[in-house]
Design a protein around this ligand. Structure first.
Ligand code: AMP
Length: 221
């Protein structure tokens, strides 16, 4: 069955992680998250990891050439019957242009870029509802699970807490940073006719169904 390569864009809390997981398990996508790949490199303390570490610890973007090399290497290994789902890349126009060039070089079509759109108010509501377990690492949500700060984790009994960057003020800052970084990228892909916007405030199942349809058929018009 024909399938499309995908890039997922969306603010924190848009459900990128959840939907990437579905597309990976249900449709066999190769999930390429540059954040995950970089964290593995840092843990291994290899050449790339040592170079990336200081930027990541400071919450800054890793230099374009390092991340582009990392992605190029993965793209060149892709089989013609494999499809990728990029998450966390590209973050800059330089990265987007490099990706287009890499794909041209290996004779692959340009990907569909899915923008998971969620209002600021909904992002704040979703993220401020997150509760973490210090014991087993499970993430809960007050809106979904009815568990709050100080409650005990149903799985291991740990006392649930809220991450400091999930407080409403910190969330608003993260959102502003995301918007500044993503505005140019969204415009870049819109001009190239690669952008599709999905309303990510619908229920999880509706969003999943829409993504699966886009993945199979491309644009829906
Ligand atoms: P993430 O898990 O996507 O939030 O990424 C975690 C960190 O890895 C970011 O704060 C950056 O330091 C780095 N990083 C991940 N992807 C990229 C990228 N495409 N370009 C530059 N830095 C990146």
């Amino acid at each position: 069955m024909a399938q499309h390569d995908l890039i997922l864009l969306g603010p924190p809390g848009a459900g990128k992680g959840t939907h990437a997981e579905y597309l990976k398990t249900d449709m066999n996508y190769m999930h390429l998250s540059t954040g995950d790949l970089l964290r593995v490199a840092v843990a291994a303390q290899n050449n790339l990891g040592k170079q990336a570490q200081t930027y990541m610890e400071a919450g800054e973007l890793v230099p374009d050439d390092l991340v582009i090399d990392l992605v190029a290497e993965r793209m060149e290994q892709l089989g013609s019957d494999e499809y990728y789902l990029l998450d966390g890349f590209p973050r800059t126009i330089v990265q987007a242009e490099a990706l287009a060039e890499i794909l041209e070089g290996i004779g692959r079509e340009q990907p569909l870029v899915i923008n998971l759109a969620v209002s600021d108010a909904e992002v704040v509501r979703r993220l401020s509802g997150r509760r973490m377990c210090p014991g087993c690492g499970t993430i809960y949500n007050v809106h979904r699970d009815g568990l709050d700060i100080g409650d005990n984790c149903p799985q291991c009994g740990g006392e649930l807490y809220q991450r400091s960057d999930d407080q409403p003020e910190a969330i608003r800052n993260r959102l502003e940073v995301y918007k500044q970084d993503s505005a140019l990228l969204i415009e870049y892909y819109r001009q190239r006719g690669q952008l599709v916007t999905v309303d990510a405030e619908q229920g999880q199942e509706e969003v999943s169904a829409e993504l699966a349809q886009l993945a199979r058929r491309g644009r829906l018009y």
